[in-house]
Design a protein around this ligand. Structure first.
Ligand code: PDD
Length: 286
């Protein structure tokens, strides 16, 4: 079965899908995106992801080429055509194709809309969570609006590659004051000595994760204390537990940071507990 992608109104073989070399995302990374988890064939927290897509578009003065209802239909169609039970859908909107010029193209230039799906491996993800991941830290050299989910991800790509080469899965980014902002492709959390969850506030320094928001709700329902404040690397070293959150990783325990054990060096019970109940709380959209 060949994979099927969506490009500007058409469903085509993934291998044949393409956009213009004049596309502004290719030339300027002038685009926005979302990644949504598919679990049991359902799109998890789709409403939150589509709301954030709309916000990203507004912040960048980019016109979405399809309304929310149409986007939902496209994503469902991709899940069905690719027979995805567990995996992800990726959705990207760019400012369209136009002769290269930094300023916006003339009004009426159609935005580009691309979406595709990929299958995941639920068992492999669970095994990874049971083992835990390693993280390294590095300076946060991104622009000052990482709250916008743009395809402009070069610092994230470099950070993630450096992590990979150091035998780690994720990089935690450190701001100029020494605080952990977030991961290269996830939000960062610790469980402090009193058992409280600590994560950076959802201000302009981080992407306001949809998984993060869901976890705040789950923590409240479970009676866990949460403090939304920035934490330092030293606090992370001294933490009982650490974990990351995101649509591709859900809750993934961190067992080592810069080569130092976190807690006992094994995945923590708070992180694994949150992971275990995540889908009981995170709704599939209608
Ligand atoms: N990344 N922070 C960053 C920088 C991210 O790229 C992501 C998600 C998150 C978590 O957001 P959410 O919970 O809404 O997935 C936080 C996606 C999965 C990616 O780029 O693949």
């Amino acid at each position: 079965m060949s994979r099927i992608a969506y490009v500007n109104g058409r469903y085509i073989r993934h291998a044949d899908a393409g956009v213009s070399i004049d596309d502004r995302a290719f030339l300027f990374a002038d685009g926005i995106y979302e990644v949504i988890e598919v679990f049991g064939g359902e799109l998890i927290d789709e409403t939150g992801h589509l709301a954030r897509l709309e916000r990203s578009a507004r912040e960048l003065r980019l016109n979405l080429p399809a309304g929310e209802g149409a986007l939902r239909l496209i994503l469902r169609e991709l899940v069905a055509r690719n027979r995805v039970t567990d995996g992800h859908v990726y959705l990207q909107v760019t400012r369209g194709a136009a002769r290269r010029d930094h300023v916006f193209p003339r009004a009426g230039t159609p935005a580009t809309l691309v979406a595709f799906a990929h299958r995941g491996d639920r068992a492999a993800a669970e095994a990874k969570a049971q083992a835990g991941i390693k993280v390294i830290s590095m300076p946060d050299i991104r622009w000052k609006r990482p709250d916008i989910k743009t395809t402009s991800l070069l610092p994230n790509v470099l950070a993630k590659q450096q992590a990979r080469e150091a035998g780690a899965y994720e990089a935690w980014l450190i701001d100029s004051k020494g605080y952990v902002t977030e991961g290269a492709s996830s939000n960062a959390w610790i469980v402090d000595e009193e058992g409280a969850l600590v994560t950076h506030p959802a201000d302009s320094a981080i992407l306001s994760g949809i998984t993060r928001a869901r976890l705040l709700q789950i923590a409240a329902a479970k009676g866990l204390r949460v403090i939304e404040r920035a934490f330092t690397l030293d606090e992370a070293f001294a933490a009982r537990e650490a974990f990351i959150s995101g649509a591709t990783t859900l809750v993934m325990p961190v067992v080592a940071l810069d080569g130092r054990k976190i807690g006992s060096g094994a995945p923590g019970s708070v992180a694994l507990g949150l992971r275990a109940v995540f889908h009981d709380f995170a709704p599939a959209s209608p």
